[in-house]
Design a protein around this ligand. Structure first.
Ligand code: DAU
Length: 339
């Protein structure tokens, strides 16, 4: 039986990954270490609650005692635990981003080094570490890191910790760097779930800075299948970019129109706003040649993925209404004010 520790598995990508791992590998025992911060929701894995192969442990990756108690005989560790929202990293204290994304990654690696030095460790990273990428460049895994926000700088720090442990402790460590994800169970602070759920309620869609920015949107299941492939076939010490490589690229304004079409709502809901994201990166893009050479390619196209996502949020009002009525309101009002 393969034992896998997944951290941050109650978040958006982590929960989708655990569901995939659970269904793809019959002979796997999954421990999900999650602190259950605002974005971690055990309901994201309600369907696995009764599985004898899945266990949730509430705890912090920065807590050496908790981590040490879990890594004793693991085969794989997949680190999703992170503070992830760019707007929160610029408008609130970035300290928590650094503590979780850098120090937390260090605690995981250091505990693993002592307890299970042969285990495989995958650091789930982001394409934002390459910073604002001028068209028509597609940075590969050797490109210079130029993170723009406290968030992306902290993720770059986590990557560096992981690679340093691979070198100095000869551990089996890999890093993935993925582009923007979307799909079921995404916390409604990110562009797609925010705009979809606001559109359902006829609330304004706060489109930043003219909506000209480019992101490379990838359906979350495609990201998760890439991660599983990296765990199975990736090479220690390697970095793997993951992305959809949309062609043509899709600016935020166009994506917003897709959301409006899929929700059947009017363009009058769009509320242009300026200056809410200091240092707003214009374009993200990556070269995905290396992961494609491993045999991966995305299977969901953007228009289809947006429709699937809209259908999920339409069906799961219970899920997002519970979130939007809580502490979320406070963040929303503080960040967006009166739209
Ligand atoms: O590139 C991968 C990254 O994607 C991940 O590392 C991050 O954790 C994840 O949050 C995401 O970062 P972004 O900053 O690109 O995602 P977000 O959904 O916040 O914003 C996407 C684009 O939409 C960005 O150009 C800003 C814009 N935007 C965002 C929000 C929340 C708006 O126009 N209005 C909004 O209200």
């Amino acid at each position: 039986m393969r034992k896998v520790l997944v951290t941050g598995g109650c978040g958006f990508i982590g929960s989708n990954f655990i569901r995939l791992l659970h269904s793809e590998e019959a002979d796997v025992e999954i421990i999900n270490l999650d602190m259950l911060t605002y974005a971690g929701n055990p309901k994201n894995l309600a369907d696995l609650e009764d599985s004898s192969r899945y266990k949730l442990v509430r705890g912090d990756i920065r807590d050496t005692n908790v981590v040490e108690s879990l890594v004793g005989d693991v085969d794989w560790v997949v680190n999703f635990a992170a503070e992830t929202h760019v707007d929160r990293s610029t408008s609130e204290k970035a300290g928590e981003f650094i503590e979780t994304n850098v120090y937390g990654t260090y605690v995981l690696l250091d505990s693993l080094r002592r307890a299970s030095p042969k285990a495989r460790f995958l650091q789930v990273g982001t394409d934002e570490v390459y910073g604002d990428v001028p068209y028509p460049e597609f940075p590969d895994e050797t490109a210079r890191l130029e993170p723009s926000s406290p968030y992306s700088a902290s993720k770059a720090g986590g990557d560096m910790q992981a690679l340093a442990f691979q070198r100095t402790a000869d551990m089996d460590v890999m890093v993935s760097r993925c582009t923007n994800n979307y799909g079921p169970y995404q916390y409604p602070e990110k562009l797609l779930p925010l705009f979809i759920t606001n559109a359902f309620d006829d609330e304004p869609l706060p489109l930043y800075d003219g909506g000209t920015q480019i992101r490379d949107w990838l359906f979350v299941d495609d990201h998760c299948s890439a991660l599983l492939l990296i765990l199975r076939e990736g090479k220690s010490g390697e970095i793997y970019n993951v992305g959809a490589n949309q062609d043509p690229e899709v600016p935020n304004g166009e994506l917003t129109q897709m959301i409006l079409r899929a929700t059947g709502k009017p363009a009058s809901l769009i509320r242009p706003v300026e200056g809410l994201r200091p240092g707003h990166d214009q374009r993200y893009a990556v070269s995905t040649e290396k992961i494609r050479a491993l045999g991966w390619s995305p299977s969901v196209d953007l228009e289809e993925g947006v429709e699937k996502t809209v259908a999920w949020y339409r069906d799961r009002r219970d899920w997002w209404e519970a979130i939007k009525s809580g502490a979320y309101r406070e963040y929303y009002q503080k960040h967006y004010g009166k739209l």
